[in-house]
Design a protein around this ligand. Sequence first.
Ligand SMILES: N[C@@H](Cc1ccccc1)C(=O)O
Length: 493
Amino acid sequence: MAQLAESILNYVSQNGDVNTIKLAKHFNEDHQKVIGALKSIQAHGDLLLAEPVSEKKVELTDEGRLVAENGNHEANIFKAVPQDGIPQADLMKIPNAKVGFSKAMSAGWIVVDKSITPPLVKRKVPEIEDLVQNHLKVIETGGTSNISEKDKQDYKKRKLIQEVIIKSYDLKKGPEFSTSLTKLETDLTGEMLTTGSWKNLKFKDYNFDALGAPLESGYLHPLLKVRSEFRQIFLEMGFSEMPTNNYVENSFWNFDALFQPQQHPARDAHDTFFISDPPVSTKFPQDYLERVKKVHSKGGYGSQGYGYDWKIEEAQKNVLRTHTTAVSARMLYKAAQQKEFKPIKLFSIDKTFRNETLDATHLAEFHQVEGVIADYGLTLGDLIGVFAEFFKKLGIDQLEFKPAYNPYTEPSMEIFCFHPGLGKWIETGNSGIFRPEMLLPMGLPEDVCVIAWGLSLERPTMIKYGFNNIRDLVGPKVDLEMVQRSPICRLNK
Ligand SMILES: N[C@@H](Cc1ccccc1)C(=O)O
């Protein structure tokens, strides 16, 4: 590059003004390379003045090049017709015969003699001039002057030629012209400052478009990036974060407090990881536990309950929490114990565990994004309104809801979002209004209503970063370079 740059300077010094296309031909170099060398000359100051010029040029298309080489379709048809004629079917076997035949007919070069069967194609004139081929040959070498505008239009229509715009520069000597390039300094050193040598040195311009060096630091995993985006959205909406640092729960908070009957299938060993050491919890708020027992077995608060024999042994079993709604239950119970109930908006984003069959989209542990609002007189309309705002901040404004079932919410709705990138509706989460059988035993005022929803964190992360196997995102097979390469997550772009 430096060599080409100096050759350009020498050329201008000896021959004066020149255009970069001419230089490219002269040095037998690619025009883009000449432009690159010009840019590096310009980085050294005003050695050259470069005036941009754009010029329309006509050049041959691929097909045009073939015609220039082998002749025009109609001329090839003419050449293929021998003195005594040829059956039309044989003639039509040559390439581009259809176009060539009709053009040769209308030019009056050939005739079809129908007095014989099969009809014979014969020459009508002794010889022809392949004007198209001759013209294209001229255009190929850069000349167009003696070709009529009408012919040019015709060739353009036949896609034999095309117009291109070529950008180049007219160069002339600048105020700082020199034929040699001094090395540009990139660092201002202490020595330059003390000796004053910096005054006579030339410094390289800052390149603000250059990529920075990779940081020598830790990198956030995509899941953590998406988590911080969700967290930001909750904080903007005035939610406070729940403490979720207890992966081990007992069944009481994970299930019973949420009005999930003790025979519920989610509790059996297919879905829940039970803890063997220590297998049980022993401390519970006793009066609350009694109220939970009663609502399950006998009902109350206007409910019939489930009418089964509720057992403390079942509630004591320690488990890896199967959802963060266990934490929401603890927080709501705590809020109910305050002297005066105050409305609350809570969220959490943390791990949950389920004994799932592992596949491309399921792992035995995943993160839940959970939101809870407790206030007087909330309705399903509020739940939908909060979703509209929450999902709008994620960049999603098309939502649909499907009735669903959870033991602890009524009504319950699955949330579907339309993903414009994937062009389809995606099941995103689950939601509902907590049942009185869950809230009233806690001691919350009767007219307090609690709306809540839960999403997975992995799903939007996989969509956002384009993963289709969860093992590429989580687990021992994760590519650490993927973690470094993954950009910051902006959910709404
Ligand atoms: N706990 C539910 C999510 C949810 C939270 C709050 C209300 C309703 C549903 C789940 O695990 O899927």
